[in-house]
Design a protein around this ligand. Structure first.
Ligand code: PAF
Length: 288
C-alpha cells in the first residue's frame, strides 16, 4: 500500500495505475477512526474496482464552532494496518495545509437538499462536506466513490453535486453496518459513556417501531413521528432529540401522508456525541 500525503502524489499514483491498466478506480472518503462500516465500504470498492484509494482527512470545514473537531477520534496506526490488510492500493492522508492552503477561498454549496435534517442543526456542515468531497474527487479522479447509508443525506447531497457539476464519478450507497444491538456503527460511538452506550440502540429501536407502525397501516407521518419521539424519550433519557423527520427519499422534503417509500431519520444528542440513524420505510413492502 502506498501512502500519499499530497494531491500531486495521489494523482501520480492513480495515473500510474491507469497507465498500468487499471480501469475502475474506487475512492472511499473517510475521516479515519475506521470501523467495520468503513471496511464494508472498502470491501465493496475492492469487489467493484481494480484500484482502491482510501482517503483519511478530518475535514475542519465541516465542523461548526463548538463541534467536536478537536475531539474527533483518531487512530492512525490501526487505520493504516486495517487498510493494508484489506488490500487498499493508496492511502491518501493529506494535511490541513495541503487541502486548505493559505488564501483558500472556495466553497461548494448545494441548495435545498442541505436545508433540513442535519443541515438545519449543523449550519455550514454540508458546504464543508461538498467542498472537501469535490477536492478529493479532483485529486483522485475516481470512477466510483463509496458512501455509507447512515449518512443518507450526505450521499443524496453529494449525488446532486456530482450531477450538477458534471463530475464523472458514480456514487455508490452501501448499507449501514450495525452492532448486534442495532446501534449504527460510527466513529463517534467510542466517545459514548457506558450509560449513553446502553441507551444508544434506542435510535434503531425507534426506527423499527416506525416501520412496524407503517406496516400496520399507519399513514399519518405526524403520528409516526410522535411515537418515535415517545420511544426515544423513554429509552434514551440521557439523550436530547435533535430531530425526528419523515421525508421523501429523493427530495428530503417532509411528507405528511406516507403513500410511498419514505426516509425516517433521527438525530439524538448525548453529552459525549451526537448520533444519527435512518431507515427507508416502504408501505408496500411486506412486513418482516
Ligand atoms: O462521511 C464522512 O466521513 C465525511 O463527511 C467525508 C465524506 C469523508 C467528508 O469529509
Amino acid at each position: 500500500m502506498k501512502l500519499a500525503r499530497t494531491v500531486e502524489a495521489v494523482r501520480q499514483a492513480v495515473r500510474d495505475a491507469r497507465d498500468g491498466g487499471a480501469r475502475h478506480v474506487g475512492l472511499v472518503p473517510t475521516m479515519g477512526a475506521l470501523h467495520r462500516g468503513h471496511y464494508s465500504l472498502i470491501d465493496a470498492a475492492g469487489r467493484g474496482c481494480d484500484f482502491v484509494v482510501v482517503s483519511i482527512f478530518v475535514n475542519p470545514t465541516q465542523f461548526g464552532p463548538g463541534e467536536d473537531y478537536q475531539e474527533y477520534p483518531r487512530s492512525w496506526q490501526a487505520d493504516c494496518a486495517g487498510c493494508e490488510s484489506r488490500g487498499v492500493d493508496v492511502l491518501f492522508a493529506p494535511s490541513v495545509e495541503e487541502m486548505y492552503p493559505e488564501g483558500f477561498a472556495t466553497t461548494v454549496h448545494v441548495a435545498g437538499l442541505t436545508e433540513g435534517l442535519c443541515g438545519r442543526s449543523r449550519p455550514g456542515h454540508f458546504d464543508g462536506v461538498c467542498t472537501i468531497v469535490s477536492k478529493l474527487f479532483n485529486a483522485v479522479g475516481p470512477d466510483v466513490a463509496f458512501f455509507g447509508a447512515k449518512d443518507y443525506q450526505q450521499a443524496v447531497v453529494v449525488r446532486r453535486m456530482v450531477a450538477d457539476l458534471n463530475m464523472p464519478v458514480r456514487i455508490e450507497l452501501c448499507p449501514t453496518v450495525r452492532e448486534a444491538d442495532g446501534l449504527a456503527l460510527s466513529s463517534r460511538n467510542q466517545r459514548l459513556s457506558p450509560a449513553e452506550r446502553a441507551q444508544a440502540p434506542a435510535l434503531f429501536e425507534s426506527l423499527r417501531l416506525a416501520r412496524e407502525l407503517v406496516a400496520g397501516g399507519q399513514r399519518a407521518a405526524a403520528e409516526v413521528v410522535a411515537e418515535i419521539r415517545a420511544c426515544l424519550e423513554r429509552r434514551a433519557p440521557l439523550g436530547r432529540i435533535d430531530y425526528v423527520e419523515i421525508v421523501h427519499p429523493d427530495t428530503l422534503r417532509a411528507v405528511e401522508e406516507i403513500d410511498g417509500a419514505v426516509l425516517v431519520a433521527v438525530a439524538v444528542r448525548f453529552a459525549s456525541a451526537r448520533l444519527i440513524d435512518n431507515m427507508l420505510v416502504d408501505p408496500s413492502a411486506p412486513a418482516d
